[in-house]
Design a protein around this ligand. Structure first.
Ligand code: ZN
Ligand code: MN
Length: 473
C-alpha cells in the first residue's frame, strides 16, 4: 500500500487595499525606496494607536463568503509576541482564538476527480516588514530592514489536512488565486503577495512544517522534496523529526531550522487598542461577483465550451476576460485557440495574456474561421505576433503578417502542380506507396506541405494525393 501523504496549508495573501491595515500609509510601495511608506503607527512608535481599515475587513469578509465560511458573531485582534528585526513593535497584531471566520471549503480538481478541501479558519493580520539580507541568507555580512511592507493587510487562510499530494496543493493554490482575483481583492502578480506555510507528514509519522514559501511553483517543489526526504527517513527505519524547515528556492531543498517556537511562546493576549469586531450581519449584505466555478459552467452553457477548455479558460480572471472579449461569432474557435495554442505560447515566453491586443487575436480568428489560412499558418502568425510583443516592436495585424509572409492558403491548381512535382521528385517513395508501405504517403504529404510552406490544408492534401496516385497507378 502506498504511504499516505497528508498536507495542510496556511496561505497568507496581501489584500489589495489602498492603505495599510491600521494606518493611512499607501500600500503601493514596490517601486519606491525603502522606508518611504511609513508613519508612527506602522513603525510601531510608542504612543501611536492603530485604526482599523474598513475596506480590509470588507475584503476579508468577501473571501470568507466566497469560501463558504461562517463569520463569527464577534471576533477580536490579539498580539502575537516575538522578537525579529522586521517586526518593529516586537508583536504582530493578528487574530487568535476569535478569528473572523471558520469552517469553510473550496472545490479543487483532486487526484481522483473534484474534491472538497475544508477551510479551518480565515483571519486578518498585519504583514511584518521585510529583512533584506546583503549577500546570501546564510553568509550575508549584514541585514537591512524595510518597513514599507509593515502593516500591509493580510488574510491567513488555514486549510484542514485534506490534501493528498503536492499536485493537489498546487491545484488548491491555483484555485485560491483565481478566486481571490475574481473577487478583485488581490494582486497575484505583485511580488510576495502570496506566501505559504505547508504542513506535511506521511501517515503514522511526525508532521513537518515548511515555512514561508513565496512562489506558487515553490510550494509543489518544496512538498515533493519533503515527500522523498520523509519516505527515505522512514525506509531507513529512522524517525521523522517533528520540526520546522525552510525551503531554499534556489536549490530546491528544505533545511532544518533551529527555531522551535511553540504556540504558548507567543504569549497571545487581546489587543487592548482595538475593540472586538461584530461584522456577522455585514456579510449578508455583501454581493459577490461571479466566481470561477460559476463562470466555468456559464462558459459551457453559453459558449458551448468543452469542459476541459472551460476549466482552463476560467482558471485565471484575465484569461476568462480575454476569452469573452474575443469569443464573438466564433466561440468554439476562440476557446480552442486560446486554451490549446495561445496559453502555451505565452507561458513559453513568460508573457501575460493582457499584453495581447484582443483586436489582433480576433483578426487571426476571422482568418481561421473563413479558412483563409491553415492551422499551421495560424500558429506561425500567432508566434510572429507574440515575438513582436515580447521584443517591444510594433505589433503587426495577422492580416499584415499573412500578406508579408504569403501565408494565404493555396488553391487547387497550385497544390496540383506541387503534387505533380513531388511525385516526379520522389520515385522511391511513390514505389513504396504502391508496394503498400503506409508511411510513404505521410512522407509525400510532408514533402508537399514543405513546398507549400504550410499553406496547404493537410486533410485536403491527403485526399488529393491519394486520388492522384490511384489515377497514375
Ligand atoms: Zn503607516
Ligand atoms: Mn500568520
Amino acid at each position: 500500500m502506498a504511504d499516505e501523504i497528508i498536507i495542510g496549508l496556511e496561505i497568507h495573501c496581501q489584500l489589495h487595499t489602498a492603505s495599510k491595515l491600521f494606518c493611512g500609509c499607501d500600500t503601493d510601495f514596490r517601486s519606491d525606496a525603502p522606508n518611504t511608506h511609513t508613519c508612527p503607527v506602522c513603525l510601531g512608535l510608542p504612543g501611536s494607536m492603530p485604526m482599523l481599515n474598513k475596506k480590509a475587513v470588507e475584503y476579508a469578509l468577501m473571501v470568507a463568503k466566497a469560501l463558504h465560511c461562517e463569520v463569527l458573531s464577534e471576533c477580536e485582534f490579539s498580539r502575537k509576541n516575538y522578537f525579529y528585526p522586521d517586526l518593529n513593535k516586537a508583536y504582530q497584531i493578528t487574530q487568535y482564538d476569535k478569528p473572523l471566520a471558520e469552517n469553510g471549503h473550496i472545490l479543487i480538481e483532486g487526484d481522483n476527480g473534484e474534491k472538497k478541501i475544508r477551510i479551518t479558519r480565515i483571519h486578518l493580520e498585519e504583514d511584518p516588514g521585510r529583512s533584506v539580507h546583503m549577500g546570501s541568507q546564510e553568509r550575508g555580512r549584514y541585514t537591512l530592514v524595510d518597513y514599507n511592507r509593515a502593516g500591509i493587510p493580510l488574510i491567513e487562510i488555514v486549510t484542514e489536512p485534506d490534501l493528498r499530494s503536492p499536485k493537489e496543493a498546487r491545484r488548491l493554490l491555483n484555485k485560491m488565486r483565481a478566486t481571490l482575483e475574481y473577487l478583485n481583492v488581490f494582486d497575484s502578480e505583485a511580488e510576495g503577495s502570496l506566501r505559504v506555510d505547508a504542513n506535511i507528514s506521511i501517515k503514522g509519522s511526525n508532521r513537518v512544517e515548511i515555512k514561508n514559501i513565496s512562489s506558487y511553483k515553490g510550494v509543489e517543489k518544496a512538498l515533493l522534496f519533503e515527500v522523498t526526504r520523509q519516505k527515505n527517513v522512514i525506509r531507513r527505519g529512522l524517525t521523522v523529526e517533528r520540526e520546522t524547515r525552510h525551503f531554499l528556492e534556489s536549490r530546491g531543498v528544505t533545511t532544518s531550522s533551529r527555531s522551535k517556537e511553540e504556540e504558548n511562546d507567543y504569549r497571545y493576549f487581546p489587543e487592548p487598542d482595538l475593540l472586538p469586531l461584530q461584522v456577522k450581519s455585514w456579510v449578508d449584505t455583501i454581493i459577490l461577483p461571479e466566481l470561477p466555478d460559476a463562470r466555468r459552467e456559464r462558459f459551457k452553457t453559453r459558449y458551448g465550451c468543452f469542459t476541459e477548455h472551460a476549466k482552463t479558460l476560467t482558471g485565471s480572471k484575465k484569461t476568462a476576460d480575454f476569452f469573452e472579449s474575443v469569443a464573438g461569432n466564433n466561440p468554439a474557435l476562440a476557446s480552442t485557440w486560446i486554451a490549446d495554442y495561445l496559453l502555451g505560447e505565452l507561458n513559453y515566453r513568460d508573457m501575460s495574456i493582457d499584453s495581447v491586443p484582443p483586436s489582433h487575436f480576433t483578426d487571426l480568428l476571422n482568418h481561421l474561421a473563413t479558412e483563409a489560412i491553415t492551422d499551421k499558418s495560424g500558429v506561425e502568425i500567432l508566434r510572429a505576433m507574440l515575438d513582436q510583443i515580447a521584443e517591444g516592436k510594433p505589433i503587426e495585424t495577422p492580416t499584415a503578417i499573412i500578406a508579408r509572409l504569403g501565408l494565404a492558403k493555396t488553391g487547387g491548381d497550385e497544390i496540383a502542380g506541387m503534387i505533380g512535382d513531388v511525385i516526379k521528385e520522389n520515385p522511391q517513395a511513390v514505389k513504396d506507396y504502391y508496394d503498400g508501405k503506409k508511411e510513404a504517403l505521410n512522407y509525400l504529404v510532408g514533402q508537399v506541405m514543405k513546398k507549400s510552406r504550410g499553406r496547404a490544408d493537410p486533410a485536403q492534401l491527403n485526399t488529393l494525393l491519394v486520388s492522384r496516385l490511384t489515377k497514375e497507378e
